[in-house]
Design a protein around this ligand. Structure first.
Ligand SMILES: C[S@@+](CC[C@H](N)C(=O)[O-])C[C@H]1O[C@@H](n2cnc3c(N)ncnc32)[C@H](O)[C@@H]1O
Length: 229
């Protein structure tokens, strides 16, 4: 198992919070056993939550990205858009597969540690992923023409947008820029049923997959756009 901090720690405040509180509770409760058994269980639970989130960011998401790209059925030469790319997790892997990639983000530090264009570029250089177009922007207003991508992918992004109406706008924007016969793949830790509800009337077919190796557990929605005959 190889750890890397290259793609940042997701929700870094919460990871730190769970680990520190979990460790504190566990240590204090250990002194007061057997009376403090409840505190010890709570402390272990918090600690485990923080450590699993840390493991997701440093190990698991490097595998998870290929699950998403496989579901998006990306092939060399495809135009791929990564929405909320962060430090380039999906974009860089897609470029390595030979896709022409565009990546967009508003670079929130709260959502991802060390987030930013420079961190993205450094990762792309290190992983020899060339020619990725990096765009500053918001998922709710994608600055791209309609039907310009063969696949649109997004990992752990849309739940960060406050308000159901704004999340719906983001999902509809991703759908707008997708070509007929294209695939939209959204992986997220919550709100996934909202996305399914929006996409079902629009898509030729929608499927979902539950994922239990990420923490929090997540779901992936795959929506296929109808072909134009
Ligand atoms: C938890 S990080 C995930 C980053 C990357 N997809 C990954 O899996 O490593 C969430 C990302 O979504 C971005 N983000 C949040 N809201 C956004 C919005 N409305 N438009 C574009 N990006 C957004 C954040 O800046 C952050 O980079």
């Amino acid at each position: 198992m190889r750890f890397t901090f290259r793609y940042g720690i997701d929700a870094p405040f919460w990871v730190g919070f769970f680990i520190v509180i979990g460790l504190g509770f566990s240590l204090v409760s250990l002194q007061g056993l057997p009376k403090s058994m409840g505190g010890l269980i709570f402390g272990f639970y918090m600690l485990l939550t923080g450590l699993w989130m840390f493991l997701y960011s440093t190990v698991i998401k490097l595998k998870h990205r290929y699950v998403i790209l496989k579901l998006a059925q990306v092939r060399a030469g495809d135009q791929v858009l990564d929405v909320g790319t962060g430090r380039g997790l999906l974009a860089i892997a897609a470029a390595q597969l030979g896709c022409k990639v565009t990546a967009i983000d508003r670079w929130s530090q709260w959502d991802l540690s060390g987030n930013g264009k420079e961190a993205f570029k450094k990762n792309a250089k290190r992983e020899e992923a060339a020619d990725i177009e990096i765009v500053d922007g918001d998922a709710r207003q994608l600055p791209f023409a309609a039907e310009s991508f063969d696949a649109v992918v997004s990992n752990f992004v849309i739940h960060n947008i406050k308000g159901a109406a704004d999340r719906e706008q983001a999902v509809r924007e991703m759908w707008r820029v997708l070509r007929p016969d294209g695939r939209l793949v959204i992986s997220d830790i919550k709100r996934v049923q909202e996305y399914v509800k929006i996409l079902t009337p629009l898509a030729a077919h929608v499927e979902t997959k539950r994922v239990f190796y990420t923490f929090p557990f997540s779901r992936i929605v795959v929506a296929y756009k109808k072909c134009t005959d």
